[in-house]
Design a protein around this ligand. Structure first.
Ligand SMILES: [Zn+2]
Length: 273
């Protein structure tokens, strides 16, 4: 599944290719991809609108148009491709945006789990899914005080809390393991028990881990198939997730299940709380 760094790379790639393109027409071949509004409204509202900006919030891509915002979540297999109008979409291409310039943007999704929402710009933060999203990893409001407040009633392991998108957005399973290893925090530590000092280290580790992943992705990926590429390259750099031995102390890495997710940690470097 593409995580925040992969989506960031896709966003940057799309920005360099389709900013200021004007939509001539839209084809939706698999209707459930468009979660809101109806297929017909989606097609009619987008016609004639210009892509003024492309942003990312958590794992959501935002195409900012003159009047509307298109939200796109790639889920498991969603990809964007830039094509020419003369090419013929495959059975896996579910939405095709044709631009006045003759270029086309294809949304391909073999597992069909991806979703798109088209909203008017006003009050976007009050609408699903944004009304339930937590802070970006680099938000100035992400402080130990914020985390303490969010975690104080959480009788759950910190690993599970890191995956909760209503607290901080964009941390997936692999990155959560890396963040906790870097912070020297055991994944089963009760989220509400972390001290202010530990929370400072945790926040820094979240930022460092995701920055590194974005940097690795951003420097090597030039195509729209970036999720796979970034994933492969970042995996070579993982310090704990999927590793056999700890880089720091050479102890054998332990694998457990936390909230149903495969979790890697070092018994020496991340002491039990
Ligand atoms: Zn270790």
């Amino acid at each position: 599944m593409p995580e925040l760094p992969e989506v960031e790379t896709v966003k940057e790639t799309l920005k360099s290719q389709i900013l200021n393109e004007v939509i001539d027409c839209v084809h939706v071949y698999y209707e459930p991809i468009v979660a809101y509004p109806t297929k017909q409204e989606f097609i009619e509202q987008l016609k004639g609108q210009k892509i003024k900006a492309i942003e990312r919030r958590g794992k959501w891509l935002l195409f900012i148009f003159s009047k509307h915002v298109l939200l796109s979540h790639l889920r498991m297999e969603g990809r964007y491709y830039l094509k020419e109008r003369k090419e013929v979409p495959t059975k896996h291409d579910h939405v095709v945006f044709s631009f006045a310039s003759g270029k086309e943007l294809w949304y391909r999704d073999t597992r069909k789990f991806g979703r798109m929402y088209l909203y008017e710009k006003e009050n976007i933060n009050e609408k699903k899914p944004f009304n339930a999203l937590g802070l970006e990893p680099w938000d100035k409001e992400l402080t130990p005080t914020y985390l303490k407040e969010k975690l104080k009633r959480k009788q759950i392991p910190i690993k599970t809390a890191l995956l909760d998108q209503s607290i901080v957005v964009g941390i997936g399973n692999i990155y959560a393991d890396e963040v906790l290893f870097l912070s020297r925090i055991h994944p089963l530590t009760k989220a509400s028990s972390l001290t202010e000092e530990k929370l400072v280290i945790l926040i820094k580790s979240i930022q460092v881990t995701l920055e590194k992943a974005i940097h690795l992705g951003g420097t090597t990926i030039k195509s729209y198939e970036s999720s796979e590429g970034v994933h492969g390259r970042f995996q070579n750099e993982l310090a704990i997730h999927g590793r056999e031995y700890c880089d720091v102390c050479q102890e054998r890495v332990t694998k457990i299940s936390v909230g149903g997710r495969g979790t890697y940690y070092c018994v020496n470097c991340q002491k039990e709380k």
